[in-house]
Write a protein that binds this ligand. Structure first.
Ligand code: 57M
Length: 358
């Protein structure tokens, strides 16, 4: 909105021309998100304590988690607000992708919110059933994927990292892939969200990487130079990624060990689905597997654990997802989290290298 108000003033005062630039508006979006987050989060933490929006005791967690009982949850609510407000302030509101990704944030945030509220208010501490949750995730991802597919000029080819000449065209089956990526990533971030700062760290790495990719993919000159797909209008997503980055850093301030706030499903489901939707829009579907490798690792550990238990009657890990395995091995929570962050940054750098190594 501010973009629409301020930019036209350049006719009278040339200084306002600066609002034309995506880079400048991205910086403003990051700063606005940080300010909103730093003002709102302490207030929300106090209020959530008052309203008893706190995480429940879980019997099956490694012992140390007992101390986490009573930590306010649903911090994703602040992440959503501090992402959406700066996006609406600084982006071009005529942009289709901005609204589509905002829809993703809100719809998956809504599923997570319903789950968190049911966990808090229900008698058995359980959220909405797995089946209902999955149906809702599929329902919204179908809407998102079809809306993208129907967009004139939408590219149904895949970018294969490191191989610029291999671009398989999936045609209408692209819709299925998009649904799979959105639902899968949403759940993968949720599985990862089990230690202080563990999920938000890699979310930030993916966000920063996609911020750069959105800018490049949305700029015809850079796209041609780098020989990547050009997606008209995707450049505005740089601003949304910036807002999410600012919101995520603001959240990490409070979620860092010892956490004062958890993001809840409101945060994990919406952040995962949003990163996936951006990946689909900017044609970096497979790259998401690399830069989001921590989410892949956490999900794979659960799959391996379940298969191993079924087939061999033995567990592959002491406990899945894999962060619990390291906890039970005696690693410190901070050590596990920081090491996973380091891996995530390395994966982010690897993802950046695909721009040139191809
Ligand atoms: C939710 N939620 C955290 C917090 C957070 C299929 C199966 C693998 C599913 C999985 C599962 O339920 N995962 C998703 C994980 C919980 O955090 C809340 O949930 C929100 C995210 N949805 O925002 O509100 C607890 O995690 C800790 N936490 C932190 N810091 C944070 O910043 O310390 C969270 C955020 C919090 C807090 O203690 O209460 C959770 O873990 O419950 N299930 C599992 O992960 C279970 N694994 C399991 O059953 N493994 C089996 C195999 C066969 C699948 C095995 O290895 O044998 C574990 N879940 C729990 N305990 N609770 C097992 C141990």
């Amino acid at each position: 909105m501010l973009y629409h108000l301020l930019f036209p003033l350049y006719v009278k005062f040339s200084v306002f021309n600066v609002f034309r630039y995506i880079t400048f508006r991205t910086v403003l979006a990051i700063l606005t998100a940080l300010i909103i987050s730093f003002i709102l989060t302490p207030y929300i933490i106090r209020k959530f304590h008052e309203w008893k929006i706190k995480s429940d005791k879980r019997e099956d967690v490694p012992d140390r988690h007992i101390t986490k009982q009573g930590t306010p949850t649903m911090g994703g609510f602040v992440i959503l607000i501090s992402t959406i407000i700066p996006t609406l302030l600084w982006s071009d509101l005529r942009n289709y992708y901005i609204w589509l990704v905002t829809f993703t944030l809100l719809s998956f945030g809504g599923i997570g919110f319903a789950d968190d509220i049911k966990k808090l208010r229900g008698t058995n501490g359980k959220g909405i059933s797995g089946r209902t949750k999955m149906s809702l995730q599929i329902f919204f991802s179908v809407i998102i994927s079809v809306l993208l597919y129907l967009r004139p000029g939408f590219i149904t080819e895949l970018t294969v990292p490191f191989f610029k000449n291999i671009t398989p065209d999936l045609g209408i089956f692209y819709i299925l892939l998009a649904i799979f990526i959105i639902v899968g990533t949403s759940n993968a971030v949720n599985l990862t969200d089990g230690l202080d700062g563990l999920a938000i760290g890699p979310v930030l790495t993916v966000c920063a990487t996609f911020m750069l990719f959105s800018y490049l993919v949305g700029n015809i000159k850079f796209a041609q130079y780098l020989q990547i797909f050009y997606v008209k209008g995707a450049g505005e997503l740089t601003i949304l990624c910036g807002a999410m980055l600012g919101a995520g850093i603001g959240f990490l301030w409070y979620n860092a060990y010892p956490a004062e706030l958890f993001m809840g499903d409101t945060g994990s489901l919406s952040l995962g689905a949003t990163l996936a939707t951006i990946a689909v829009i900017i044609k970096q579907e497979i790259l998401l597997l690399i830069v989001g490798g921590i989410f892949v690792l956490e999900t794979a550990s659960v799959i391996i654990q379940v298969i191993s238990f079924k087939w061999r009657g033995k567990r592959a890990f002491r406990m899945a997802p894999i962060h619990h395995h390291y906890e039970l091995k005696g690693w410190n929570e901070e050590k596990i989290v920081v090491r996973f962050w380091i891996i995530s940054v390395i994966l982010g750098l690897l993802a950046l290298s695909t721009l040139k190594l191809r």
